[in-house]
Design a protein around this ligand. Structure first.
Ligand SMILES: NC(=O)c1ccc[n+]([C@@H]2O[C@H](COP(=O)([O-])OP(=O)(O)OC[C@H]3O[C@@H](n4cnc5c(N)ncnc54)[C@H](OP(=O)(O)O)[C@@H]3O)[C@@H](O)[C@H]2O)c1
Length: 255
C-alpha cells in the first residue's frame, strides 16, 4: 500500500513499483488522479486498486487498510509517503499549522502502521517504508513544524525497526533532499518559500528508483540527493558551523 500516490514522489514511486510488477493499493484524497495513474499500468500482470481517503481521518485509515487486505488477501509493504509542509518562522505561525502538519506527517502514518502491523506479520518479506526528509535529521529555519514532524518520524522508524527485527518486518527510512514535485504548491502556509531562491532538485523519477533499490536491498536508511547528504554529513562533523550558516540564512529573511 502506498500513501500520497496522487502527486510527486508517490506518483513516481507507483510507476516504478508497477514496473517491478508489484500489486499496488494506491491512496490519497484526489481520487481522479489516482484513477488516471492506475489506468496507465493496470494490466493482467499488474493489479492496481485505488482507495481514496484522508490519512488524518481514523475511519478512512481503517477503511483503506481493510479494503487493501480484502482485495489482495493481505499486506506485504506499507509505504508512508503522504506529507505536507509549511514555510515561515515559528513565532509568526499558528498552533493550527503545527497540529495540521503533525496530523499528516506523523500521527497519520504512525496510526496507519499500528493498524497494518497484524497484517504485515502475516506477509512475505514484509516492510514499512517511511518517507521522512533530510531536514528530519537536521533542523533548518523557516520549517520548524515540518522538521519536528520528520524528526518524530525518524525516531519512530528507528525504534520500530529494532522492535520488529525478530518479527521479520523491516523498516526502511527514506530521507530525501530537494525533489522536483508540487510540494511547494501544496504547502499549508507559505510565508517564506516563495521568497527563496530556487535550488537544484532531483527528479521524482530518479528519487523513486533510489527508493525501490533501497527496498530491494532492505537498507535501513537512505539519504537522497548530493546536497541532502552534504547537509547530514556536515552537521555530523561540524554542527556548530551548520548552526552558524543556518542562522546567517535565517537573518537574511528577517531583515
Ligand atoms: N519534494 C521534496 O523536496 C521532499 C523532500 C523531502 C521529503 N519529502 C517528503 O516526500 C513525501 C512526498 O512529498 P512530495 O514532494 O511528493 O509532495 P506532493 O507532491 O505535495 O505530494 C504529497 C502527497 O501527499 C498526499 N496527501 C497530503 N495530505 C494528505 C492527506 N491528508 N491524506 C492523504 N494524502 C495526503 C497528497 O495527495 P492528495 O492531496 O491527493 O491527498 C499527495 O499525493 C512527503 O512526505 C514529503 O514530506 C519531499
Amino acid at each position: 500500500m502506498l500513501t500520497g500516490a496522487s502527486f510527486g514522489i508517490g506518483e513516481a514511486l507507483a510507476r516504478e513499483l508497477a514496473r517491478h510488477r508489484a500489486q499496488l493499493a494506491l491512496t490519497a484524497r484526489t481520487a481522479e488522479r489516482l484513477e488516471a495513474l492506475a489506468a496507465e499500468f493496470r494490466t493482467a500482470a499488474t493489479e492496481v486498486a485505488v482507495i481514496p481517503g484522508d490519512i488524518t481521518n481514523p475511519e478512512d485509515r481503517a477503511r483503506i487498510l481493510a479494503e487493501t487486505v480484502r482485495l489482495f488477501g493481505g499486506l506485504d509493504v506499507l509505504v508512508n509517503n503522504a506529507g505536507v509542509g509549511a514555510s515561515g518562522f515559528f513565532q509568526e505561525a499558528s498552533s493550527e499549522r503545527l497540529r495540521r502538519i503533525m496530523e499528516v506527517n506523523f500521527f497519520g502514518p504512525v496510526e496507519l502502521t499500528r493498524l497494518a502491523l497484524p497484517h504485515l506479520f502475516q506477509g512475505r518479506r514484509s516492510m514499512i517504508v517511511n518517507i521522512a526528509s533530510v531536514i528530519g535529521r537536521r533542523g533548518v529555519p523557516g520549517y520548524s513544524e515540518y522538521c519536528a514532524s520528520k524528526f518524530a518520524l525518524c525516531g519512530f522508524s528507528e525504534s520500530l525497526r529494532a522492535e520488529l527485527v525478530r518479527r521479520g518486518v523491516h523498516v526502511l527510512l527514506v530521507n530525501p533532499g530537494l525533489i522536483e514535485t508540487p510540494f511547494r504548491e501544496h504547502l499549508v502556509e507559505d510565508r517564506l518559500q516563495s521568497r527563496e531562491k530556487r535550488r537544484r532538485a532531483m527528479s521524482a523519477e530518479q528519487c523513486a528508483r533510489i527508493i525501490v533499490r533501497a527496498m530491494q536491498r532492505r537498507t535501513n536508511e537512505v539519504v537522497i540527493t548530493f546536497d541532502g547528504k552534504m547537509l547530514v554529513w556536515l552537521n555530523r562533523l561540524f554542527p556548530r558551523l551548520v548552526d552558524w550558516l543556518l542562522a546567517k540564512y535565517a537573518e537574511k529573511y528577517q531583515e
